[in-house]
Structure formats: C-alpha cells, structure tokens
Ligand binder design. Structure first.
Ligand code: SF4
Length: 299
C-alpha cells in the first residue's frame, strides 16, 4: 500500500520506503553541503512542532555513529495555548533520547511575550505583525542558547517550503542584503554567530510532516494563532498553488538562489557588536534590541 506520491518525481512510496527516503535525503543533504563535522557539538532547535521533532530523531540516528554531542535548544515565545503545549513534548523526547534541553522564554530575554506584541498590533499601536518580531527574537535567542551551551553548529528544521518562502519574502521586501545572507553552507564563519545548518532544505514540509506522522512521534500540532497575519502565510499559499500547478517550483527557487549566489562575490559586511548584548550587528544596536526599545516606548 502506498502512503505518498512524490509528484515532482512521479514516484509512489510505501511506508517503510518513504521513511528510508526521508532519512537518506537528510543524510545526503548534510553531506552535500558539508553541514556537520564528526566532532561537532550540535544544538538542535526544537520547537515541538512536527518538523523539528522529525529532525531531532533523524539527527539522533545519524549521529549515534559519531562522537558528536547533541543538545536541544528551545525558545518559549509566550503564546498562550500554543507555546506552553510544547514544553512537555520536548521534555519527553529529551528523556527518551537522553539529551539535555537548554531553553529560554522571550519574556525573560526581552521583557515581552508575543501575546504582548500581538496586543499592541491589534490595538493599532504598531504595524509590525507578531511574526516579524517573533522571527527576529527567535534567531537571536537560538544563537544565544547555542553559544551558551558550547555548540559548534545550530541545526534547524527549515524545509524547502520555508526556504522558498524566505527567498520570495526578501525579493518582495527588496531586501537584497538579507537575501544574500541566507547561507546554505557553514563555510563562512562570522564571530558571534553559531553557524546554522538546514538538513531538511531539500525536503518538502509535507514530507517531514508525513515522516513524523508515520513514526507516530508526539508533537505540538496546534497552529500558532498569529501565523495568518504574516506575509509568509500569503506567500506560503501562493507557493502551494504554484507547486500544485507546476511541480518542482520550490526546488527551482532553491536552485535559482544557489545560481544567484555563485554570480555574486562574497560580501564582506562590516559587523560591530551590539551595545546592549554584544550580538554581531551592522548598527550600534542589534535588531532584536531595537524592537525591544520600540515596544518599551509603546507601553
Ligand atoms: Fe512566531 Fe509567527 Fe511562528 Fe507564531 S507563526 S510562532 S508568531 S513566527
């Protein structure tokens, strides 16, 4: 019995074959982009959602053969009936696999939860939707947790879908700088940043979701109440339609991005240290703390 039809490849998969495919594709992606080294300490970012739980189990399986260390890093955004559901799930997986969890809350790091941010947004006090702030703070917090835990690399569960959405968002926002900074390999080391790798970058989100489902891995399947307010949501729907009509669209965006990088000389951006937190930044204060200042001025 088939469980999956891979439309872009015109191929059907049975359950066992599909599970093997996802693991193999992840391993091949790690090797192709030199994402991990044999002596790494890997911080795996686990939100508790389907993708990150799948990533944790696959990295665990791959890395058992190597002397790598693994630590789980997790950020609590402070979204009622959403963030709080993840913690027990992560604790359960950490116990099963025997890994330490390093976690932090936005409230403790920045003084605000994403629920606070959403309240200001709904009251019309600012026009930045919650995801813009949440994404910036998450990047900052995951980097801090990874650094504090002594990790040499940070693995996140971004899929091909996430990557294609991010590329398109940066095009729409005319953010060439940010677009070119979406490094896929870990060759360029920037002091203060733990290099990030994306082992699922060549897998569709529906594939990692099905993997989690087939293995019956416990995960937080409650949707974030603010997701639909973001530009990413609209782009996500648009790209799903395009992928449906033109299978391979998401892969084409990834290939296009790789070709683009090859034609652009490596940028040497002058980075300073944030006056508040020492985080690498192009300005005197990093964006995460500029957002904190902005929110304080509203309260
Ligand atoms: Fe944060 Fe937006 Fe994700 Fe919700 S959907 S967790 S607000 S980035």
């Amino acid at each position: 019995m088939y469980v999956y039809y891979k439309k872009d490849a015109g191929r059907y998969f049975g359950k066992a074959e599909f599970i093997r495919y996802v693991k193999k594709k992840t391993l091949k992606t790690i090797q192709k982009y030199n994402m991990l080294r044999f002596d790494d300490k890997i911080a795996v970012a686990v939100s508790g959602g389907k993708d990150s739980v799948a990533l944790l189990y696959i990295i665990d399986e791959i890395e058992r053969e190597f002397p790598t260390e693994i630590v789980i890093v997790h950020v609590d955004e402070g979204i009622a009936n959403y963030s709080d559901k993840s913690e027990p799930i992560i604790a359960k997986h950490a116990k099963i696999l025997g890994y330490k969890v390093c976690q932090a809350k936005f409230k403790d790091l920045f003084g605000f939860t994403i629920d606070d941010v959403a309240k200001y947004y709904s009251e019309g006090k600012m026009n930045l939707e919650p995801c813009s702030i949440c994404g910036e703070w998450r990047r900052w917090a995951l980097n801090k947790l990874a650094r504090d835990s002594g990790a040499t690399v940070l693995a996140t569960a971004h899929t091909l879908d996430d990557f294609a959405q991010t590329v398109l968002m940066n095009v729409i926002r005319n953010s060439l700088d940010r677009l070119l900074r979406l490094a896929i390999t870990r060759e360029r080391v920037v002091e203060g940043f733990v290099p990030r790798v994306y082992p699922f970058i060549e897998l569709y989100e529906k594939e990692t979701a099905l993997y989690t489902h087939l293995l019956e891995l416990d995960h937080n399947d409650i949707p974030c109440p603010y997701a639909q307010l973001s530009m990413r949501w609209d782009i996500r729907l648009f790209l799903y339609q395009q992928e449906e009509k033109h299978p391979g669209t998401l892969y084409n965006i990834l290939r296009f991005y790789q070709d683009l990088l090859r034609t652009v000389p490596e940028q040497s951006i002058e980075l300073k240290k944030c006056e508040i937190c020492n985080y690498p930044t192009t300005d005197n204060i990093c964006r995460a703390h500029k957002l904190v200042r902005m929110l304080k001025s509203l309260s």
